[in-house]
Design a protein around this ligand. Structure first.
Ligand code: WT7
Length: 661
């Protein structure tokens, strides 16, 4: 096992998460009734393994094609794949119109719950009309197929409408999480050459309106090519509207025709770009295309959650600004004709039972959220969920980071009343769809394990020499066969795509995660093996935050590490050396630097701790010894000690520096 894997394994076991890996013998077999009518059975695995191409060709029938594809996978030019390449289709038609045409126009697509308590019920028929109007609006603004549109919105129904309107006219969207800063927004706009932005005056966050439009205005001072901004009125905050550039959504979209015929695009037409952090400073633009992505997301949404579209009420409690929102709040569920809940706000506004109240109110049957949320609820206590009727729930999903056995068991017991399978879904922005997960009607779940690849997916755990490791051993998670919703490249950077994912092990997709196979061959995730942190299920790059810190005039050098944290999984800890002109930086230097990171990247990137130090431990070749810094960040009660004179931090660093690396 390599040092990287060993150290990531250690980081996990320190949390108590996987320390009991070897003696975890609790098993939760599928409830009989669920198994008896499950979408996926043991036979599905056999079928998929026998002939993956035929299996995916079969899954492609879930969606409506204008031209049926005769091709499945083309892997003649690896790692550049095409799927269903001679098929044509329209993504928005698949998500909206076809359900109306099939007589389900009155089915609710979304129960929207605003944070202040306002609600909207949107049927498939209404959604279709709104998407058509928004598509017409974009066309009037001169947006053509292939043009990129940026979406910077809170969790409101118009976010879905905006995405689908783009998809409808073949304009790839790039949704930027509303918590990102104006700088993060402008860099994404510039990277993919956006000319139209869709935003809102603001959104509600913890009981108060918070502005978005001012961040767009600031971002656009650096983006001269943006011609138009469509502004949704959500909070009613005062906003500045730039004459000739900015338009109110309710006026401009509201006046558009309700007729629009969806044009079919080739299966490999770009659907969206989603930026995500990599192990270097610059975010990567993950490119997803249309046909394979819709097949992969609709199939996994149906399989992993055992979806019954006529009766289920599905809730992905994730923001639309992340891939979970794209695949399992928008595309997967809508293509499947699902009724979903969409919630705008935070789980404790106005009270700590808000989620459970929502589940009771809409009789939610499937809940999908991140372990960090579950751990937060555990901390708050069972008394909050216990006040509500959660008996409608039948399946619980987890996503974004390894779920520790304690959280898994609490989730199943307190939220699921011991009836509900827990599906721990491993995947990535790059994979587009679930890759490793229990199937609720087949798998006997083990608390803490992601278990086995979903039918149709092939993975392995390998050592440094790309050899499969035996059961009971750890290594690197790789994906051994192409899959329909795989990223096609990085926007404008084919070489980085090849280097990042396909160069470490010839012919295998390198995910960046450490994993272990237990004695039964089931897969457990051990965390990242690169410089990527996972904070509350959000991917953050150490180098990106280091660059943000170093861009502050007082900072000479910075090193950032992810330290394990009982609630957020990992927490960002920064070590900085100040410039000599900055002296000791003054009493508020830490606050100033945290604010600076928030401005450069977004509030979610603010370090939990910043320690001002005199030097950083480095190897002889000058590489910062992050592992050592992580040890310091994890094992020492540093509190808010942040001064230059914190000699104990320095002596710890120095002591360790004397030891061989
Ligand atoms: C990274 C991908 C998948 C959508 C949300 C995050 C980690 C994700 C799990 C899981 C263990 C997980 C991995 C992965 N991760 N799900 N169930 N168990 N780790 O997407 O931002 O692209 O991050 O999140 O480290 O590589 P993302």
């Amino acid at each position: 096992m390599s040092d990287e894997v060993r150290s990531s394994q250690k980081a996990q076991s320190d949390e108590g998460g996987l320390s009991n890996l070897s003696h975890e013998d609790r098993r939760f077999p599928p409830p009989e009734e669920l198994a008896a009518s499950a979408n996926v059975t043991a036979a599905t695995y056999e079928q998929a393994a026998a002939d993956p191409d035929a299996f995916w060709a079969e899954q492609a029938k879930r969606i409506s094609w204008e031209t049926e594809p005769t091709e499945v996978l083309d892997w003649s030019n690896p790692p550049f794949a095409t799927w269903f390449a001679d098929g044509t289709l329209n993504a928005a038609y698949n998500a909206c119109d076809r359900h109306v045409e099939a007589g389900h126009g009155d089915r609710v697509a979304f129960y929207f719950e605003g944070e202040p308590g306002d609600t909207r019920e949107i049927t498939y028929a209404q959604l279709t009309t709104e998407v058509k109007q928004a598509a017409n609006a974009l066309i009037e603004l001169g947006v053509e197929a292939g043009d990129r549109v940026a979406i910077y919105l809170p969790m409101i129904p118009e976010a879905v409408v905006a995405m689908l309107a783009c998809a409808r006219i073949g304009a790839p969207h790039t949704v930027v999480f509303g918590g990102f800063s104006s700088d993060a927004l402008s860099s994404r706009i510039l990277d993919c050459g956006v000319e139209v932005v869709i935003t809102a005056d603001g959104g509600y966050r913890r009981g108060a309106p918070s502005g978005l439009k001012p961040a767009v205005d600031e971002a656009l001072t650096k983006c001269p090519d943006v011609r138009h901004v469509l502004v949704i009125r959500r909070t009613g905050q005062d906003v500045e509207m730039t004459e000739g550039r900015d338009l109110w959504w309710h006026e401009f979209v509201g006046q558009q025709s309700e007729e629009h015929t969806a044009e079919a695009f080739p299966a490999e037409h770009p659907l969206y770009i989603m930026y995500t952090s990599g192990s270097t400073g610059k975010p990567k633009g993950i490119l997803h295309t249309t046909g394979g992505y819709l097949v992969g997301t609709s199939y996994t949404h149906w399989a992993t959650f055992d979806l019954k579209p006529e009766t289920d009420v599905f809730w992905t409690a994730a923001d639309i600004g992340w891939v979970t929102g794209h695949s399992y709040l928008v595309y997967g569920p809508l293509v499947n004709g699902t009724t979903s809940v969409m919630y705008e706000g935070t789980p404790d506004t106005p009270h700590k039972g808000r989620w459970w109240e929502i589940i009771e109110k809409y009789r939610v049957t499937i809940l999908y959220c991140a372990p960090t949320a579950i751990r937060t609820f555990m901390k708050w206590g069972s008394e909050f969920p216990e006040q509500f009727d959660l008996s409608s729930l039948r399946i619980l999903g987890s996503v974004g980071e390894p779920i520790n056995p304690e959280a898994y068991v609490w989730y199943r017991h307190v939220i699921g009343g011991d009836r509900t399978p827990v599906v721990d879904t491993w995947w990535q922005t790059e994979t587009g769809m679930h890759m490793i997960s229990p199937m609720p009607g087949v798998t006997s779940g083990k608390p803490g394990a992601a278990m086995t690849p979903v039918p149709g997916v092939s993975v392995d755990v390998v050592n440094d020499e790309a050899q499969s490791v035996p059961n009971g051993s750890g290594g690197y998670l790789v994906i051994t066969k192409p899959w329909p919703s795989m990223l096609r490249t990085l926007w404008g950077d084919d070489q980085r795509f090849v280097d990042t994912y396909w160069s470490r092990f010839a012919g295998l997709y390198f995910a960046g995660d450490g994993a272990k196979r237990d004695d039964d061959g089931d897969i457990w995730f051990l965390g990242r093996v690169d410089d990527v942190m996972n904070v509350s299920g959000h991917r953050m790059s150490t180098t990106e935050i280091e660059s943000a810190l170093v861009s502050h005039p007082k900072v000479a050098e910075a090193a950032v590490v992810g330290a394990s944290d009982p609630t957020t999984g990992q927490a960002i800890v920064a070590f900085v050396i100040l410039r000599s002109e900055a002296g000791d930086g003054g009493p508020d230097v830490v606050a100033e630097l945290r604010a600076h990171v928030a401005k450069e990247i977004g509030a979610i990137a603010k370090p939990r701790q910043i320690m001002v130090v005199e030097e950083l431990p480095k190897t002889r070749s000058g590489k910062i010894m992050r592992r050592l810094l992580r040890d310091i960040a994890e094992h020492r009660e540093v509190g808010d000690v942040t001064t230059l004179t914190d000699s104990s931090v320095m002596s710890l660093i120095k002591d360790n520096m004397d030891k061989p690396a």
